[in-house]
Design a protein around this ligand. Structure first.
Ligand code: NAD
Length: 356
């Protein structure tokens, strides 16, 4: 099978970490007889330098014509003085909009080998941790009507949380499909005791659940969920929630895992199309020094195999290879707090590739 991947290396450490992810994908291709075809395109500061725009039309066209997009990171000091709408980071918003990416997936995976970096007590995270937050990305209060007005209490401002049944249905379907590929448990998080939009959310999620009899559905209020995340995070498999609650909870969940260099993410559109990228930025402070941890990007590539291409076994191989390298004691500088055998970006890529 031939898979077409649009590759956006971007700026700073982006190209370095992307090189290692492609090397890992090539190894998977060789082992399982798949062909991955990469088309490299520009976005962010690199695109501004080459074309004057942070998101050239060619990049959008290539992404749309591909099966998936793999992105490094964009931004850097060089472009920091540009006005807001000309900055490299605008390319990300443009890509989300152009590609119709409405579902954001942020797994929080704690590798046992890195458990010392976790701020929670060892007994809470014993045996590791593996959950994913599915956040609605294009609706809710961040995009609702907003404004200011005079009230009895003086000048005031408002933002409206509005969700259509269709918006909730499509994100719920993403979450249940994902649960079917994982541990078959969905926790839907809302504030249905107070918010009308949450009551609609809860009703539609329950309707979608009927099509997935094998998946267990639980509902939690967001205040309780925030507490449960630190008290007993192992109860979660797939969390599905609105834009604003997901924004907060995915950051809370990611902190449990310790290092930003380990966190992958995906943004999905209708069908299986998705854009995959590490959570971290372009890290200009360490760019070009072979210091960046490529694992977040390599794990993003594993997510691409699992969720867009349906290649679960291949994705497992990559995740197991990362675990093996960690359990053999190798550490990139960001993971060195507790000692280990020091390696750089390229060595990490090499070791993971040879463990597959
Ligand atoms: P950052 O994530 O780039 O870096 C924060 C800190 O984490 C830095 O000390 C960095 O060295 C370290 N770090 C990040 N990734 C690492 C990795 N893989 N291995 C080891 N250490 C790593 O965030 P920032 O410094 O706030 O932003 C830098 C630039 O990146 C800015 O221009 C920002 O706008 C942009 N940014 C882009 C994205 C994206 O492309 N998705 C996301 C966040 C920030």
């Amino acid at each position: 099978m031939n898979y077409k991947i649009a590759v956006v290396p971007g700026d700073g450490i982006g190209p370095e970490v992307i090189d290692q992810a492609l090397r890992v994908l090539d190894r998977i291709g060789e082992k399982y007889n798949h062909t991955f075809t990469y088309t490299k395109v520009l976005a962010g500061g690199a695109a501004i330098d080459a074309t004057g725009k942070c998101l050239p039309q060619e990049t959008i066209d290539v992404c749309k014509a591909s099966d998936a997009v793999l992105l490094g990171a964009v931004g850097g000091w060089k472009w920091d003085n540009l006005p807001g709408d000309e900055r490299p980071e605008r390319a990300l918003l443009g890509l989300r909009k152009e590609l119709g990416l409405f579902a954001n997936l942020r797994p929080a995976m704690l590798f046992e080998e890195l458990s010392q970096a976790c701020p929670l007590k060892p007994e809470i995270i014993e045996g590791g941790l593996d959950l994913v937050v599915v956040r609605e990305l294009t609706g809710g209060i961040y995009f609702g009507e907003k404004g200011t007005k005079e009230t009895e209490m003086g000048p005031a401002a408002y933002d409206v949380e509005l969700y259509s049944e269709e918006e909730v249905r499509r994100i719920a379907i993403v979450a249940f499909d994902m649960a079917m590929k994982r541990n078959k448990k969905v926790t839907s998080i809302d504030k249905a005791n107070v918010l009308e939009s949450s009551r609609l959310w809860r009703r539609v999620v329950a309707e979608v659940a009927k099509d997935y009899p094998e998946v267990e559905l639980n509902n939690l209020y967001v205040d309780n969920a925030a507490m449960q995340m630190v008290l007993n995070p192992k109860q979660f498999d797939v969390i599905v929630t609105s834009n604003i609650f997901g924004d907060i909870l995915s950051d809370e969940a990611s902190q449990i895992t310790g290092s930003i260099g380990m966190l992958p993410s995906a943004s999905l559109a209708k069908g299986n199309f998705g854009m995959y990228e590490p959570v971290h930025g372009s890290a200009p402070d360490i760019a070009g020094q072979n210091k960046a941890n490529p694992m977040a990007t390599i794990l993003s590539a594993a997510m691409m195999l699992r969720y867009t291409f349906g290649l679960g076994q291949e994705a497992d191989d990559i995740e197991n290879a990362v675990k093996k390298v960690l359990s053999d004691g190798y550490r990139t500088p960001d993971l060195m707090a507790n000692g280990g055998k020091a390696i750089g970006t390229k060595e990490a890529g090499e070791l993971i590739t040879s463990a597959i």
